[in-house]
Design a protein around this ligand. Structure first.
Ligand code: ATP
Length: 445
């Protein structure tokens, strides 16, 4: 696929026009870095989360699901180090009042504001905590401060033995969770790439010390494979190993899965060997024994944790960027999203060729039948080419046309969004046809 000029601008406008993603509170001028998912966006997001959940929880015997609350005991964030260390060094411009992350100021331009260009207008770097604070109960004082969780992982750590006992699991096993996280990012941007409210899809795998690196390698492979199955082009993905400066001091190993965005290679997911740091800290701060007793080897230890931490909104944005394409079909320009049928918001468009000759009735019958299984869309308005193009832009993999032949021999035409090939399929075989095509789908480079 050739590179597309101004891809991000085109995508933002497509997202609004077709109802994938809107700016939050738009009629009030918008709230910076907050976004709302429209009808197509919410379907895509649900499908994406289901795809993750299926791979990480439902098809495995060694991972359990969890949905922990966003607000947690404030001591959790002291134990985790977030109160003291979850900070970004930030620099302000004294003239134009713009705020930057210290690493955004190029060393050769030290002291000069990247926005207004004034020299010697920047403050020294100061640490800024990224956690959102609020108050629990009616009194707004320091004793009632609670934090909006900046990651979902801590909800998993503090529940490890609840889950283990309830689900009768033994180490090695994992806990997975999808949920909102909040970070008061200094410089959000690139549409939904970095926002202040976002969803994470995290899995924490608890293992015996000494087996941690084996599990780390296993999860690295599993996770990169997942993006392939999600339909992201392989050539756009790679691993980035954390340098010693990037890596948390307690981590034994850390790799990111990165995607080549139009604005550079950036992190999609972090895979970390967190050692026994998290449970040791919670043991220290809670005073509860968080060690595990292995009844086969009679050993007692604090489990090591291998974490896979992905961003849901960031992955959704990646699926859109990776899918976006422009081409010419029958002499007309078209915009198409090559989304995997597994996550596409609408699986098929159903089109009676004309509004007579029994075609609408036959089309409606097919529509109601398929609707029991998939999200499908009925469209009888306008020329067939235009109807196809509207569905191409929404990433709909199949176009089903009901024509004169349908009435004679109960077959329909199925058009493939990517190859544009048209096949005649018996109406009563449509469901199986679509299921087989979806299962066999492979993204082209
Ligand atoms: P970054 O370096 O991009 O700030 P991070 O290393 O702080 O990310 P983690 O704490 O490892 O990120 O979070 C795990 C995942 O959560 C990231 O890989 C990303 O997909 C997602 N994520 C983190 N911060 C944001 C954000 N502000 N907006 C959207 N997604 C985010």
């Amino acid at each position: 696929m050739p590179e597309i000029k101004n891809l991000m601008d085109k995508l933002v406008s497509l997202c609004k026009r077709r109802g994938f993603i809107f700016q939050s509170s738009e009629i009030y001028g918008g709230l910076n870095s907050c976004y709302d998912y429209g009808p197509l966006g919410v379907e895509l997001k649900r499908n994406l989360k289901d795809f993750w959940w299926k791979a990480m929880v439902q098809t495995r015997d060694d991972i359990e699901g969890l949905d922990a609350s966003i607000l947690m005991h404030p001591r959790v964030w002291e134990a985790s180090g977030h109160v003291a260390n979850f900070t970004d060094p930030m620099i302000d411009c004294k003239i134009c009042k713009a705020r930057f992350r210290a690493d955004e100021i190029k060393p050769e331009k030290a002291g000069q504001c990247p926005r207004c260009g004034n020299k010697d207008s920047l403050t020294e770097a100061r640490n800024f905590n990224l956690m959102f604070k609020t108050f629990m109960g009616p009194v707004e004082d320091a004793a009632n401060v609670v934090y909006m969780r900046p990651e979902t992982a801590q909800g998993i750590y503090v529940n490890v033995y609840n889950v283990m006992q309830a689900a009768r699991q033994k180490i090695p096993f994992g806990i997975a969770q999808i949920g909102k996280a909040f970070r008061n990012e200094i410089t959000p941007g690139n549409f939904t790439f970095r926002t202040r409210e976002f969803e994470q899809m995290e899995m924490q795998f608890f293992v015996k010390p000494g087996t941690d690196m084996q599990w780390f390698e296993y999860w690295k492979e599993q996770r990169i494979q997942w993006y392939d199955e999600l339909g992201i082009r392989k050539s756009k993905l790679h691993f980035h190993e954390h340098t010693p400066e990037e890596r948390a001091f307690y981590a034994a190993a850390a790799f990111d899965i990165e995607y080549e965005f139009p604005f550079g290679w950036k992190e999609l997911e972090g895979i970390h060997n967190r050692t026994n740091y998290d449970l040791s800290k919670h043991q220290e701060f809670s005073g509860k024994d968080l060690s595990y007793f292995d009844d086969q080897t009679r050993e007692k230890f604090i489990p090591y944790i291998v974490e896979t931490s992905a961003g849901c909104d960031r992955t959704l944005l990646t699926t859109l960027i990776d899918a976006y394409d422009e081409d010419v079909v029958e002499g007309e320009a078209r915009t198409v999203l090559h989304l995997s049928p597994r996550i596409a918001p609408i699986k098929a468009g159903i089109f009676p060729l004309v509004k007579k000759g029994g075609m609408p009735e036959a089309a409606e019958k097919i529509y109601h039948e398929l609707k029991k299984h998939f999200h499908v869309f009925y469209d009888d308005g306008g020329a067939i080419g235009r109807r196809y193009r509207r569905m191409d832009e929404a990433g709909t993999p199949f176009g089903i046309t009901i024509d004169g032949e349908t009435i004679e021999n109960q077959t329909v035409t199925v058009r493939d969004r990517d190859t544009l090939a048209q096949e005649r399929v018996a109406s009563d075989k449509l469901l199986v046809y679509m299921q087989e095509k979806m299962a066999a789908y492979k993204r082209k480079e």
